[in-house]
Design a protein around this ligand. Structure first.
Ligand SMILES: [Zn+2]
Ligand SMILES: [Zn+2]
Length: 512
């Protein structure tokens, strides 16, 4: 029997029965005693692993409810265009990478944001060729909802040139920019090609390290189907626990694999995102009055998909960003649950970024769970580019975290990594400091959304989410107390140790 003991801590347990404590004992990963340091000291025996928290704040291990796990790992092995604000600088990054890793394999560049460069556009196929000598290059937008390729990369794709979303200029010429179906297919195909190039195992290890460094002990991993068997085989030896949501419409394959969850973004999402004008809106875009965005499902197709998953006892989670996508998903859930009521289904809506009036109430009535990503508001505040795209009134209503919590909906938070980093303290910071003051939540609420609410979203509240006897010893030691620091400094708090089931899986300052 393996014993783990935490001493001299200032524990926020998250449990109303015993909100605070100083120390705990875990046996085989489960908490058996929680109390004062004096009480627990008496239980220490030679050979026990003892972690002295030196009076620091300890909280339950964070649960990130929305992560594209292998994609995040691959992101560590690619060119990162985070914050790059000119097309010349993009070319420079690509050229350096091409020189450092010469060859003709696919180059993948992530986190590009066209709104940051003065021309507000993607690099052209010709500009990509100049940077990398004609080698295939794929440049993905930070949101993952649009991207750019050169001709060599496009030629690698199994994709007809007339696929919806292959954008052409006024003269009908190939621009290299992909949205809609073309973008989704390119992402899936390039991702598979790239993971063969670099090895999925390396990517999974990189993602695991990023998770535990952020204090995450459980990740809800939303994965394209080809990576699911690999993840399942590695999961037992990873420092972080996974709950896998398969991004596939093959309900029977998910059931046969013994999984209980289906859905996500990528190939199963309902719509896109605001900046590429693919988020589906009930009212048109402000800067494009003839565009309402894109719905990727017919009503009946969505109903059939959810129905099959529901009848097979699966929990469904689906990306819906814009008001028209949320409307369509609510209608499908309403119909399925009316025809086949099931208690405690906990079906989810991912993002829920721009609901229309009445949507929250309908979601609550259906008992739906909402998975939000507060750091979206950190990177795309409501006063940033949104007012020009969807107008100031709707921009103010994007990511309505505070309202949803106030209205009593079941909400949990996550990162949508690699869209935003797997960094729960940044998510908590963003939730507390929302750019729209009426959507802020207090620190304690944010902590709950990042811990016990996440456990609930995956039916794991009996074993995770709070620190109580019988639950897993999943916990984090923080450099400072989030309940004491000034709200604007929350994101500066560091994770000193991460413990998963009584095992220290991360210690600050120690390398990978
Ligand atoms: Zn999504
Ligand atoms: Zn996502």
């Amino acid at each position: 029997m393996k014993k783990f003991i935490l001493m001299n801590a200032d524990i926020w347990t998250g449990s109303p029965r015993q909100p605070g404590a100083e120390a705990l004992v875990a046996e085989d990963g489960r908490i058996v005693h929680i109390g004062t340091s004096a009480e627990i000291a008496a239980e220490i025996a030679p050979g026990d692993e003892v972690l002295d928290a030196k009076g620091r704040r300890v909280v339950p291990g964070f649960i990130d409810t929305h992560v594209h796990f292998t994609l995040t790992g691959l992101g560590h092995l690619v060119i990162n265009l985070d914050g790059v604000d000119s097309l010349q600088a993009v070319q420079e990054r690509l050229r350096l990478h091409h020189e450092r890793y010469p060859g003709d394999s696919l180059l993948l560049a992530l986190n590009f944001q066209p709104e940051l460069n003065p021309q507000k556009r993607f690099p052209t196929p010709e500009e990509l060729d100049v940077a990398c000598g004609g080698r295939p290059v794929y440049v993905m937008d930070r949101s993952a909802h649009w991207s750019a390729v050169n001709r060599a990369a496009f030629a690698l794709l199994d994709m007809p040139a007339d696929t919806p979303g292959v954008l052409r200029d006024e003269a009908g010429q190939f621009t290299g920019v992909l949205t809609d179906q073309a973008n989704t297919a390119a992402l899936e195909q390039f991702w598979q090609l790239f993971s063969r190039q670099v090895g999925l195992k390396t990517a999974i290890q990189k993602a695991s390290h990023e998770a535990v460094r952020g204090g995450i002990t459980t990740v809800h991993a939303l994965e394209e189907w080809p990576s699911v068997p690999t993840l399942l085989s590695y999961e037992p030896v990873l420092p972080v626990s996974l709950v896998i949501y398969s991004q596939t419409r093959k309900v029977s394959a998910v059931c046969e694999a013994g999984l209980r969850q289906i859905g996500g973004c990528g190939s199963v999402m309902l719509d896109g995102d605001f900046s590429p004008h693919t988020a589906a809106l009930l009212e048109p875009y402000t800067d494009a009055p003839h565009q309402h965005g894109t719905l990727y499902y017919e009503d009946n197709e969505l109903y059939e998909y959810i129905l099959q998953a529901h009848l097979n006892g699966l929990q469904v989670a689906l990306h819906s960003v814009g008001s028209a996508a949320i409307e369509q998903l609510l209608r499908a859930y309403e119909r399925v649950l009316r025809e086949h009521p099931r208690k405690d289904h906990r079906h989810r809506i991912e993002h829920f970024e721009l609901p229309a009036p009445g949507h929250a109430e309908r979601a609550k009535k259906l008992g739906l769970c909402l998975a939000l990503q507060p750091a979206f508001n950190h990177f795309w505040p409501h006063h940033g580019e949104y007012p020009s795209v969807i107008g100031p009134d709707r921009a103010r209503m994007v990511d309505p975290l505070g309202s949803l919590v106030k209205e009593g909906l079941t909400v949990a938070i996550g990162s949508d990594s690699p869209v935003t980093p797997m960094n729960p303290m940044l998510s908590i910071h963003s939730a507390v400091n929302h750019s729209n003051p009426s959507e802020r939540v207090d620190v304690e609420t944010a902590l709950r959304l990042a811990t016990q609410a996440g456990a609930y979203l995956a039916f794991e509240e009996g074993i995770k989410g709070t620190l109580e006897v019988g639950k897993r010893a999943d916990l984090v030691v923080l450099s400072e107390d989030p309940l004491q620091v000034a709200p604007e400094r929350l994101r500066e708090i560091e994770v000193l140790w991460t413990v998963n089931q009584g095992n220290i899986v991360y210690t600050a300052g120690e390398g990978e």
